[in-house]
Design a protein around this ligand. Structure first.
Ligand code: 5AD
Ligand code: SF4
Length: 495
C-alpha cells in the first residue's frame, strides 16, 4: 500500500484521504441476546503510551456512564482490549487474550461484554468479528467517543463495529479525568498532542492504523495540562506518533510548533517537568534544540528512533535521513545541553540488510552511547511496502543480530547508569518501594531511583545523590537528609 507521504491540505482532508487507504468496514453484525447494563470495567492496554493514554480517556468517559474500573477481567461486565498492531507478535496477543476470555466465559457461564479497541481493531476489525465470536464490539482509535452508542447497540443484542475516521474530533467528546482518577494514575501523566503519521516508513503500519498526522488545538492542550497540574500532576509527557511534527492551531491565530507548545506549557504553575515522545530525526529543528537549552523544565533526555545505522537501509526504509543527520542532531543536542542522554528504537533484519550494514548499526550505537533503547526483529506487516520485499532476512539471522545488538545496547545502558553514580539529580517521587519507608522516584533519564526514608512524599520533587546503580534501578540519598534520631541530641546542639 503506497500513498503520497507529503499530503497537502487541512488535517480533516488528510484524515479523509488516509481513511481511503485504510480498510474501513462499517455496519453492524446481527446478533440476538439480552444483556444487563454492565457496571464494572476492565481495560487492558497493549503497545505504546498512546494506548495507555487512550485507555484512560475511555475509562474517564465510561465513568460518566456509571462504569467503575476493576483490575480483574473476571469481575468485569465490560472488558476492553486496547490493542497494538505494530509487530506480528503484538497483534497475535489479542487473539490469545480473546481465547482466554472465551474459555473463562464457558467455564463460569457468565457473559461479559468484550470490546476490541486500538490498532488491531482498526486494521482487522471485520476479521476479528469473524474469527472471534466472543467479541461484541470493535472500535478503532478515532471513534472512542462513540463507545456509549456502540455499547447501547450491544445491549440491544447487536454486534457493533466502528473503524471509521470520523470528521468530528474524539477529543472534543472525551471528558477530562476526575480528581480521583488522576491521583490514582500518579504525578507523571501522558498528554496526547498529535496523532497519526505522514512519514510512511516502509515497515510501519501506523499511517494506516492511526491515519494522517493531526495536531490537537493548542488551547485544548493547555486547558488539559492546567487541569492535570491542578489535580497534582507534576510531570507531563507529550505524546504523538510523530510528536515533533506538531503544528497546532493556537488562540493567537498562529500555528504553534512543538517548541512553542513547550514554552507555553512551561508557564503552567505546578508542571515541573516536560518530556515528549516519539520524535522523527527529520523534525528535530533548531528551535526544538534551543528549547532544550532554555527550558529547565524540559528533561535532558530524548527518545529519537534511528532504526538503522546504514544509509542504504535507512533509504530503503524511507526514513528520509541518513546516519550523518542523526550524528549531527546528537552533537547539536549535546552542545545545547551537555547533560543530554539519548534513547532510540532499532530494527534488525530489515529486508536486504547485509552483515556489513548491520555492523554499521552496531557502530552507530558505540559512537553515540545510549542511556536506553528498544530493539526489534523486523516483522513484515500486511499492507506495508517492505512486507512484499523479496529479500526477507531469515529468522535465525534476525535472532542472532538482535542478540548482538541488545548486548551492545545493554553495555551502553550499564555504562550510562554507572556514570550516574555520584551525580546529584532531582527525582519525582511516584510510588512506594518494596520495603517500609522506601519511595521510588524517576530521574531526569526515567531511571527508577529508590530512596530510603525520603523527607518528601509521592508527587514531590527531591534532590538526591546517586549512590549505586543496580540492573533495574538506582539508589539515591537525599542531599539534605533529616537529622537521624541517633544524631547528636538536641541539648548538645543547643550547647
Ligand atoms: N517490525 C519491527 N519493528 C517495527 N517497528 C515499527 N514497525 C515495525 C516492524 N514492522 C518499531 C520501530 C518503531 C517502534 C515503535 O516499533 O522501531 O520506532
Ligand atoms: Fe511509523 Fe514512526 Fe515511520 Fe511514522 S515515523 S511511519 S510512526 S516508524
Amino acid at each position: 500500500m503506497v500513498a503520497d507521504p507529503r499530503l497537502a491540505g487541512t488535517d480533516q482532508d488528510k484524515r479523509r484521504r488516509h481513511a481511503d487507504v485504510t480498510p474501513i468496514r462499517d455496519g453492524d453484525v446481527g446478533r440476538t441476546g439480552d444483556m444487563d447494563a454492565p457496571r464494572k470495567l476492565y481495560v487492558k492496554s497493549f503497545g505504546c503510551q498512546m494506548n495507555v493514554y487512550d485507555s484512560h480517556r475511555m475509562a474517564d468517559m465510561l465513568a460518566k456512564e456509571g462504569y467503575v474500573e476493576t483490575s480483574e477481567a473476571a469481575d468485569a461486565d465490560l472488558v476492553i482490549l486496547n490493542t497494538c498492531h505494530i509487530r506480528e507478535k503484538a497483534a497475535e496477543k489479542v487473539y490469545s487474550e480473546l481465547g482466554r476470555l472465551r474459555k473463562s466465559q464457558q467455564e463460569t457461564g457468565q457473559k461479559t461484554v468484550v470490546a476490541v479497541a486500538g490498532c488491531v481493531a482498526q486494521a482487522e476489525g471485520g476479521e476479528i468479528m469473524k474469527r472471534a465470536p466472543v467479541v461484541d464490539l470493535v472500535v478503532g482509535p478515532q471513534s472512542y467517543h462513540r463507545l456509549p452508542e456502540l455499547l447501547a447497540k450491544v445491549r440491544g443484542g447487536e454486534r457493533a463495529i466502528d473503524t471509521e475516521f470520523p470528521l468530528e474530533d474524539k477529543f472534543d467528546h472525551l471528558p477530562a479525568p476526575s480528581l480521583a482518577a488522576t491521583r490514582k494514575r500518579g504525578p507523571a501523566a501522558f498528554l496526547t498532542v498529535q496523532e497519526g503519521c505522514d512519514k510512511f516508513c516502509t515497515f510501519c503500519v501506523v499511517p494506516y492504523t492511526r491515519g494522517a498526522e493531526v495536531s490537537r488545538p493548542v488551547a485544548r492542550i493547555l486547558d488539559e495540562a492546567r487541569r492535570l497540574a491542578d489535580q497534582g500532576v507534576r510531570e507531563l509527557t507529550l505524546i504523538g506518533q510523530n510528536v515533533n511534527a506538531f503544528h497546532g492551531a493556537a488562540p493567537d491565530g498562529r500555528t504553534w510548533s512543538l517548541p512553542d507548545l513547550l514554552y507555553g506549557l512551561a508557564e503552567i504553575s505546578g508542571i515541573g517537568r516536560l518530556r515528549y515522545t516519539t520524535s522523527h530525526p527529520r523534525d528535530m529543528d533548531d528551535a526544538l534544540i534551543a528549547a532544550h537549552r532554555d527550558l529547565p523544565q524540559l528533561m535532558p533526555y530524548l527518545h529519537l528512533p534511528v532504526q538503522s545505522g546504514s544509509d542504504r537501509v535507512l533509504h530503503a526504509m524511507n526514513r528520509k535521513h541518513g546516519r550523518d543527520l542523526f550524528f549531527d542532531i546528537v552533537d547539536r543536542m549535546r552542545a545545547a545541553r551537555p547533560d543530554m542522554a539519548l534513547s532510540s528504537d532499532f530494527i534488525v533484519g530489515f529486508p536486504g540488510e547485509t552483515e556489513a550494514e548491520f555492523e554499521e548499526t552496531m557502530d552507530l550505537i558505540v559512537r553515540t552511547g545510549f542511556a536506553s533503547a528498544f530493539s526489534f526483529k523486523y516483522s513484515p506487516r500486511p499492507g506495508t511496502p517492505a512486507a512484499d520485499h523479496a529479500a526477507q532476512v531469515p529468522e535465525s539471522v534476525k535472532t542472532e543480530r538482535l542478540h548482538r545488538l541488545q548486548a551492545a545496547l545493554e553495555a551502553s545502558k550499564r555504562a550510562f547508569d554507572l556514570s550516574c553514580v555520584g551525580r546529584t539529580f532531582e527525582v519525582l517521587l511516584e510510588k512506594p518501594g518494596r520495603q517500609d519507608g522506601q519511595l521510588i522516584g524517576r530521574s531526569p533519564y526515567l531511571q527508577s531511583v529508590v530512596v530510603n526514608d525520603p523527607p518528601a512524599g509521592i508527587g514531590e520533587f527531591l534532590t538526591v545523590t546517586i549512590t549505586a546503580a543496580g540492573p533495574n534501578s538506582l539508589a539515591g540519598e537525599p542531599v539534605s537528609p533529616r537529622p537521624k534520631a541517633s544524631a547528636r541530641p538536641l541539648a548538645a546542639l543547643e550547647a
